[in-house]
Design a binder for this molecule. Structure first.
Ligand code: CDP
Length: 229
């Protein structure tokens, strides 16, 4: 079965397991996986290290200028994020970065900076991209769009467990507050807010295992493209 050179856009709220699903789809179909959230996180780390974020206030003119010398953001083995030569995977997933990323990602010039990279990566298709605005703004013509949701409690529990696994345990209350704050900022910003595309397939995975999600996806792929995995 030949798989067409499609773009699969997976959007949704924070910590809904978009990246786990996206990685698994990419692996199964032999597509490239691209984590747009990691790019916003890397830009945020860059801004923090340059001292351009004070409290929740971003020094916009300084960041705009600094971005022209931002080291290349790319992904290495195991989809680990790099800022230039440096692997920043661990730092970008920290609560420190999580607490600053949404105000940075709300800036139009930051979005344009990341979008350019996403367009370049997706120009030939055969990619699975996850984020907030992939199906609505970055690739509005993506051939398959999935919008993922899950209950607040499930999302907080998943992120809490992830942080424990990474050796950075964080109180559940703090995790939940951060998810809600980001969801609010992400869906209320002016530029390309988080929205469900009208032609997206909605997946509420609150009570689903990854295997069940993949079975659901198989049905979608089969119905839509006649692809049998
Ligand atoms: O993994 P998690 O769901 O916590 O978030 P992420 O996908 O790593 O994204 C981190 C943050 O980047 C989000 O809360 C958004 O503020 C921003 N983001 C965005 O604005 N647009 C995207 N396409 C992807 C992420």
């Amino acid at each position: 079965m030949v798989i067409p050179d499609i773009i699969i856009a997976i959007d949704g709220y924070s910590a809904t397991g978009k990246s786990t699903l996206a990685k698994e789809i990419a692996r199964t179909l032999g597509f490239t996986y691209l984590d747009s959230g990691a790019m916003y996180r890397a830009v945020t780390l860059f801004a923090m290290e340059k001292g351009l974020i004070k409290g929740s206030k971003v020094d916009e003119p300084a960041l705009r200028e600094a971005l022209s010398s931002c080291p290349d953001i790319h992904f290495g083995e195991g989809n680990k994020a790099y800022l230039g030569e440096r692997c920043v995977e661990k730092e970008i997933r920290s609560m420190k970065v999580s607490s600053k990323v949404s105000p940075v990602a709300a800036l139009a010039f930051v979005r344009a900076f990341v979008d350019e990279k996403l367009h370049e990566a997706g120009s030939k298709g055969r990619v699975v991209m996850d984020g907030r605005d992939i199906g609505t703004a970055v690739f509005p013509d993506a051939q398959l769009k999935i919008f993922v949701t899950a209950s607040d409690e499930v999302r907080a529990r998943r992120r809490f467990d992830e942080l424990v696994q990474k050796g950075t345990p964080t109180p559940m209350e703090e995790v939940l507050t951060n998810l809600k704050e980001r969801d609010y900022i992400d869906s209320h910003r002016e530029t390309n807010p988080l929205r469900q595309a009208s032609d997206a397939f909605v997946l509420d995975n609150s009570d689903m295992t990854l295997r069940e999600e993949l079975t659901w996806l198989q049905g979608v792929l089969q119905g839509r493209f006649g692809i049998l995995q």
